[in-house]
Write a protein that binds this ligand. Structure first.
Ligand code: ATP
Length: 646
């Protein structure tokens, strides 16, 4: 029953046909989702809400559903537009204290008690009986205000943000509506209702399927409904993986429905798709086991930054990061170099490549650290000191046609036919199609000698070699030289806490608490304390970055277990870390319940580098950690098997 779930608090009466969605309808939906741990139930609740939004919006309204979707995933626009929430705790405390007329220290004391600023804001509202005369907030109004808050920059923007938040909080209705709670959580950049983006996409698909069914007055039996819902979500997921922009998908769904979506929403230059990723392997033997009997190729794994390069038919070049951020302003030199690397028959394209720093005199590739010395924003061509060469390894779109469902062999052929190598500017990733242990070993050593991290081994033929956007696929394996002896791969972990230094390091943090990120439950799970291998300069620099992220209490989405750092930190910084091995731990919570009741911890963790090309949500997940642990146990029990000859 679609409407009944809104009757608990009196939202029904305030949501008339053709009128804007009441914000309380969304927050009530959030409360219901938060109250259950069952994934299917969460999706069903969200489906009901989206269906209501579709049914009650005016026919020409293409915005309400889109804004509702954005608020459910805590975003305001596609990633490449670069507008983000994630307002610091201290600004929100200030706004809460101003909107309630209470002293900031009282708000902080409440935060210590509750552990969640959302609850503090909510509790500062009276109960329904004392409801004020405020006009109820609407979803489009809140969306616009959040956008205004996120986009206010420059001089006195802090004060402007506090004033805007203050006004929003003051307009919230009584406690029961939970508006203040979710406004604050949206501002913080985390809803904490345990609803992953995947489920939002499924709920969107289901709602559109159901609304089409009702509009057509169709009667389907239970099996038919289940089948149609399943088909619908597959179509929406596959369209979204090619064209990951709700700005495109949602209006298209409203216009042409699920059945017309694949035709309308295809990969298009200008909109970055989420890159395909690789699974780690520890030995050449493991690669051969996985690819037995299939044709594959090994490519250099370049040590630079992923760059997805687009050119539209009207001649606009853009460079996107691994995370779909627009890096065209960071790499104006690539944009300038590219036209020289195209053959005349190339009009539009999407290239998958690695941007690698090179020494202009020797032509040698330089390590990733050199690249990090470049400025990140508004780089001027004439100021560039560190030269970058593009190492192209895949072609995803060419002259008006997506190539995702062509084999790698065909894509590689097209790449070579339509581009041309230019020294120091553009090269095809070096590849060897040799399939024996000796050939791979030789190529691996060569890659390391040339300054690469190792090899990427990829399927060449059949549908197993199609490009799989956003997937960490078994059809791409990475073989990193450094890691053959360790756990097989590095991990990307979030810094969630810090410990004060000892001796002459008492004025900085001396050690840090790291966590992995579980996208399904939206929580950070602690994994280890890291404190060795930092120079004094590094510690000073980490202190400068992390100090502003200090929190009064641990955020509610950090699953601490037995970890007790001196200071809790806002989870914003991602580090790449290497470890000797993994062990079960009674203290840490990473991957708890996946292998056994205990969590998994890292032994002898070592800091490699800051990963600012990824967001904290891209941190290594518990399943990957459990997988690494299992492979380690397997390797220990069968020493001859997975070591191979390499
Ligand atoms: P990491 O960079 O730590 O290995 P990741 O999570 O960024 O991990 P992976 O899938 O693990 O991504 O490794 C693939 C990365 O390696 C790509 O994102 C890309 O930046 C880089 N790379 C370098 N050379 C190649 C290549 N020939 N093919 C594919 N990716 C390559």
């Amino acid at each position: 029953d679609v409407a009944s779930f809104l009757t608990e608090v009196d939202i029904e009466g305030g949501w008339k046909q053709g009128q804007p969605v009441p914000y309380a309808a969304l927050t009530h939906t959030f409360s219901l989702i938060e109250a259950t741990t069952k994934r299917l139930e969460k999706t069903a609740i969200l489906t009901s809400f989206f269906l209501l939004v579709i049914q009650r919006s005016a026919p020409a309204d293409r915005k309400s559903l889109l804004q509702a979707v954005y608020l459910c995933i805590n975003r305001l626009c596609p990633d490449y537009m670069g507008l983000e929430l994630g307002i610091g705790e201290s600004l929100i405390i200030k706004a809460i204290s101003e909107s309630t007329g209470r002293n900031p220290s009282m708000v902080k004391a409440d935060l210590k008690k509750e552990g969640d600023l959302g609850l503090v804001a909510m509790n500062s509202k009276g109960s329904q009986r004392t409801l004020g005369t405020n006009k109820a907030l609407t979803l489009p109004f809140v969306f616009d205000k959040l956008k205004e808050i996120a986009s206010s920059t420059g001089h006195s923007s802090q004060n402007k943000k506090v004033a805007l938040i203050n006004r929003l909080l003051s307009s919230c209705q009584a406690k029961e509506f939970c508006e203040a709670k979710y406004i604050v959580r949206s501002l913080e950049g985390k809803l904490r209702i345990g609803n992953a983006e995947k489920s939002v996409l499924v709920a969107l698909a289901h709602a559109v399927v159901l609304s089409e069914k009702e509009k057509a007055g169709k009667h389907w039996n239970k099996e038919k409904v289940a089948k149609k819902l399943e088909e619908g979500s597959e179509i929406v997921k596959s369209a979204f993986s090619e064209l990951p922009s709700y700005d495109e998908i949602v209006p298209a769904l409203l216009e042409v429905g699920v059945s017309g979506l694949r035709e309308k929403c295809k990969l298009r230059p200008g909109i970055p798709l989420k890159p395909m990723l690789a699974k780690p392997t520890k030995a050449i033997g493991e690669v051969l086991d996985r690819f037995e009997g299939k044709r594959f190729t090994s490519e250099y794994k370049y040590d630079g930054e992923r760059a997805q390069v687009h050119k539209t038919d009207d001649g606009v070049f853009s460079v996107f990061s691994r995370n779909s951020e627009d890096m065209s302003k960071k790499y104006p030199d690539l944009v300038e170099q590219l036209p020289r690397c195209l053959k005349p028959n190339t009009t539009s394209f999407v290239l998958d490549a690695e941007a690698v720093a090179v020494d202009p005199t020797s032509g040698k590739m330089l390590p990733f650290q050199e690249l990090t010395r470049r400025k990140r924003k508004d780089v001027k061509l004439e100021d560039i000191q560190i030269k970058v060469c593009l190492q192209a390894f895949d072609l995803l779109y060419l002259n008006g046609e997506p190539l995702l469902r062509k084999t790698l062999l065909e894509r590689r052929q097209l790449l070579r036919e339509h581009f041309t190598e230019v020294a120091l500017e553009f090269q095809f990733a070096k590849a060897s199609d040799g399939e024996t242990t000796e050939e791979i070993q030789t190529f691996l050593e060569e890659s390391v000698k040339d300054g690469c991290e190792g090899l990427m081994v990829k399927m060449l033929e059949t549908d197993a070699s199609y490009y799989e956007p956003s997937r960490r696929s078994v059809n791409w394996l990475k073989l990193k030289k450094d890691y053959l002896a360790g756990v097989g791969d590095s991990l990307d972990l979030v810094v969630v806490g810090a410990y004060y230094g000892k001796g002459k390091r008492t004025n900085v943090y001396g050690a840090f608490l790291l966590a992995c990120y579980d996208a399904d439950s939206e929580e950070y799970q602690t994994i280890c304390k890291i404190g060795t291998g930092f120079s004094d300069e590094m510690l000073a620099s980490h202190y400068a970055t992390l100090k502003p992220l200090e929190l009064e209490v641990a955020r509610a989405d950090i699953k601490a277990g037995g970890a007790k750092p001196d200071i809790w930190l806002e989870p914003k910084i991602l580090w790449e870390v290497l470890a000797a091995d993994l062990s079960l731990s009674p203290i840490y919570t990473a991957a708890q319940g996946l292998i056994e009741e205990r969590g998994i911890s890292l032994r002898f963790p070592r800091f490699i580098r800051i990963r600012d090309d990824k967001s904290v949500e891209d941190a290594t997940g518990p399943e990957q950690i459990a997988e690494m642990y299992e492979r380690q146990t397997l390797a220990q029990s069968k020493p001859g098997k997975s070591k191979g000859k390499g």
